[in-house]
Design a protein around this ligand. Structure first.
Ligand code: ASP
Length: 236
């Protein structure tokens, strides 16, 4: 999403596109639409000649093991986690996942333009056809030069329900909340513990990386020389 124009593009349920955000950007730039899904998105990828890979290219031993574990756990309990779906394989015993696999990016350029992008494989052991929050503008991703750029990770259904990315932008616009407070309030007062994490950058350059899970792999850099990488639970 381009915070200067509120232009946005997204793709969902693609299985052979190596870099989904590149295709999403083409949806934004070359079509009058915002979201293409499934076969239509793959057909658009054919037309745009973006890089394609066999679906098995995305397989990793770690993710396969997590999927098999989640499937076995579901078969054993005969159910999901009570919220109607199974979380990722990495549950922490309290019924929710410690780490999700989404990759998000937010940035502010020297002209004051904000942008956000989010890419994910979704939740482990999700139901066929399920679309999470990442490609839903206003839920998992949002950018507006007037406020902030936001990218989310976590239980997508919760982020859609609470329109999380837009809510953070709206809190800045209407409540004049500082970005760190807006992010914290959404994570702790709107969402449930363990629902996920949020990265955001404000129009003034404030960087926020916050989460209610056991940890979140994250990194930040700015023009003043800040360089930061953190994994796990040590808060920035
Ligand atoms: N938010 C993603 C989804 O619900 C999952 C993730 O963050 O790993 O699809």
């Amino acid at each position: 999403m381009d915070g200067r124009t509120l232009g946005c593009g997204a793709v969902a349920a693609v299985t052979t596109v190596r870099h989904p955000i590149s295709l999403a950007r083409l949806v934004m730039e070359k079509t009058r639409h915002v979201l293409l899904a499934g076969d239509g998105a793959e057909k658009f990828a054919d037309e745009m000649q973006v890089e394609r890979v066999e679906n098995r290219w995305f397989d990793t031993d770690k993710q396969r093991a997590a999927w098999e574990k989640a499937r076995a756990a579901q078969a054993e309990s005969g159910a999901t986690n009570g919220r109607g779906y199974a979380d990722t394989g990495a549950t922490n015993g309290r019924g929710y996942a410690d780490h999700y696999g989404t990759v998000g990016c937010v940035c502010l350029d020297s002209h004051g333009n904000l942008a956000a992008g989010t890419s994910t494989g979704g939740l482990t052991n999700k139901k066929y056809g399920r679309v999470g929050d990442s490609p839903i503008v206003g839920a998992g991703t949002y950018a507006d030069n007037a406020t902030c750029a936001v990218s989310c990770t976590g239980t997508g259904e919760q982020f859609i329900r609470h329109a999380v990315a837009y809510d953070i932008s709206a809190r800045l616009a209407y409540l004049k909340q500082p970005l760190n407070e807006a992010v914290s309030d959404v994570l702790r007062k709107r969402l449930n513990p363990g629902d996920g994490g949020i990265i955001a950058v404000g129009a003034d350059g404030t960087i926020v990386m916050d989460y209610s899970t056991g940890g979140m792999a994250r990194a930040a850099a700015d023009a003043s020389g800040r360089r930061e990488v953190a994994i796990g639970s040590s808060k920035p």
